[in-house]
Design a protein around this ligand. Structure first.
Ligand SMILES: *Cc1c(COP(=O)(O)O)cnc(C)c1O
Length: 466
């Protein structure tokens, strides 16, 4: 056994062999060396355990397939592409919105070249990074002023810190939401130094509840969109317009954390009507904040729009510097917003809008196309079928509401359990996330692009070890 160790190739010999094959061009050499060492350690273990019992199994040609496999898996970037077959359009774990082509190009341009990020070309002097999106945000939403920060959680933080630190904020008990990732309105409120004054009941809050809560220490009336859940039945919510009237009476601003922030409506899809940002501003709400990467379909960002007097104060908050967005985000956001200037272009080119609005007929067609390609690649190793199913918008938008779709279902035949298929699909070259329904592995074409069908088929093939 100990003699066998002598036949293990040297790390340099392995590196040379790899160089000749040109398979790992571009992978740092130190990384390869480290991983070859780790792979040879595994081989030594196998010699000790008697798994490798013949010197012939130790030459490079014999070790190569496993070594390449190990190196491929251990030297690729950690952050990589995943196939989303869940049908959840705004999948927070999978990166929420995909950017449009023009936004992706703008990001590339912004990060590979110098730009006028903070340079006013008309005056030849220092400018503001926010100027690139402020006007277009005002044009689209009808607001007087706008500011963009890192994400909507940051927006809530800076609005509360600026307008209500050390003061009371009146919020309905029905809107003290937890969004996920430890973002809870009462906790954020506490961190910002504002004092939460909760009013009403979980299901019903009236205007007089807010009115009774107002005292000399009140700074803000706040509404929070109940993004990821729905209260149904005997309910009552006070509108932004009503709160605005109360606010005017007492000299208090009204702030609404809209969460998703639709810039377009989603009528005709069977979803409950959600007001657009434009409508909330038109109602008279003084400050509105929402995410850039939820239904808006842009990059991660927190957008704050509203009356100039409040926005000016928020812009001057030193916290703004800590929450500021980078040039890539700005480039992507401006490009995305430009598409909204023509609603048809927005629907056509913003992937999030396109996916949410795709018709059941089109999805049925695409399910058939996907099935044909799976059949071609996987042959008789699986049983394939289609099934009427539902997709979700996700990202806390339109909670518990279904979009009709057609699922492509895969049933493995070679004694692999469907749970194993799902698990194995996470560790193949192009990881794929789907869902199991009725004991079948289901793929929703809504979140898959046509150009991905072949990759999907190959991932399943790899997972089935065909
Ligand atoms: C999603 C959401 C947030 C957080 O937004 P991020 O952009 O993810 O930080 C805050 N408030 C509401 C109501 C939300 O739906």
């Amino acid at each position: 056994m100990t003699n066998l160790f002598r036949f293990l190739p040297s790390v340099d010999a392995a590196l040379n062999w790899i160089d000749k094959k040109e398979i790992f061009a571009g992978v740092p050499r130190t990384l390869l060396r480290e991983q070859i060492n780790i792979f040879f350690d595994v081989c030594r273990e196998e010699i000790i355990n008697g798994i490798i019992d013949d010197e012939k199994k130790l030459n490079l040609e014999a070790l190569a397939p496993r070594m390449i496999c190990h190196l491929k898996a251990s030297t690729r970037p950690h952050f990589r592409r995943v196939l989303n077959a869940t049908g959840v359009v705004l999948h927070t774990n999978l990166g929420r919105s995909l950017l449009s082509e023009s936004a992706s190009r703008a990001v590339y341009e912004a990060c590979s070249r110098y730009s006028n990020l903070e340079f006013d070309l008309s005056k030849g002097e220092r400018g503001s990074r926010y100027s690139h999106v402020e006007k277009i945000l005002c044009d689209i939403t009808g607001a007087e002023s706008a500011l963009v920060v890192n994400n909507n959680a940051a927006a809530v933080m800076i609005v509360l810190d600026t307008l209500a630190s050390g003061k009371e904020v009146v919020v309905s008990r029905g809107q003290l939401v937890e969004i996920g990732g430890s973002f809870r309105i009462p906790d954020v409120m506490e961190k910002s130094g504002a004092v939460l004054h909760e009013v009403g009941a979980t299901n019903r809050t009236h205007l007089y509840d807010y009115q009774r809560a107002v005292n000399e220490n009140t700074a803000l009336l706040m509404k929070v969109h109940t993004s990821n859940f729905r209260v149904i039945g005997f309910t009552k919510e006070v509108s932004g317009g009503e709160l605005r009237k109360l606010g005017l009476e007492y000299g208090l601003p009204v702030y609404e954390d809209l969460g998703s922030g639709n810039l377009t409506n989603f009528d005709g899809l069977g979803l409950l009507r959600e007001p657009t940002v434009q409508e909330i501003i038109a109602e008279g709400v003084d400050i509105v904040s929402f995410s850039g990467d939820k239904v808006l379909g842009g990059p991660q960002a927190g957008i704050i729009v509203g009356r100039k007097e409040y926005l000016d104060r928020i812009k001057k908050n030193p916290m703004n510097r800590a929450l500021r967005i980078d040039k890539m985000t700005l480039a992507a956001l401006e490009a995305t917003l430009r598409l909204y200037l023509d609603p048809r272009a927005a629907e056509k080119h913003i992937p999030t809008l396109r996916m949410i609005k795709e018709t059941p007929a089109s999805l049925q067609e695409r399910a058939k196309d996907l099935l044909i390609i799976l059949k071609k690649v996987l042959g008789d190793s699986v049983e394939l079928s289609t099934l009427d199913g539902v997709s979700r918008v996700g990202g806390g938008a339109f909670p518990e509401q279904d979009l009709s779709t057609t699922l492509v279902c895969v049933k493995p035949l070679n004694s692999i359990h469907v749970d194993d298929l799902r698990d194995r699909l996470l560790s193949v070259d192009s990881p794929l996330v789907g869902r199991i329904e009725d004991g079948l592995f289901c793929l929703d074409p809504r979140t898959l692009a046509e150009c991905e069908y072949k990759v999907v088929a190959n991932s399943i093939k790899q997972a089935l070890r065909l």
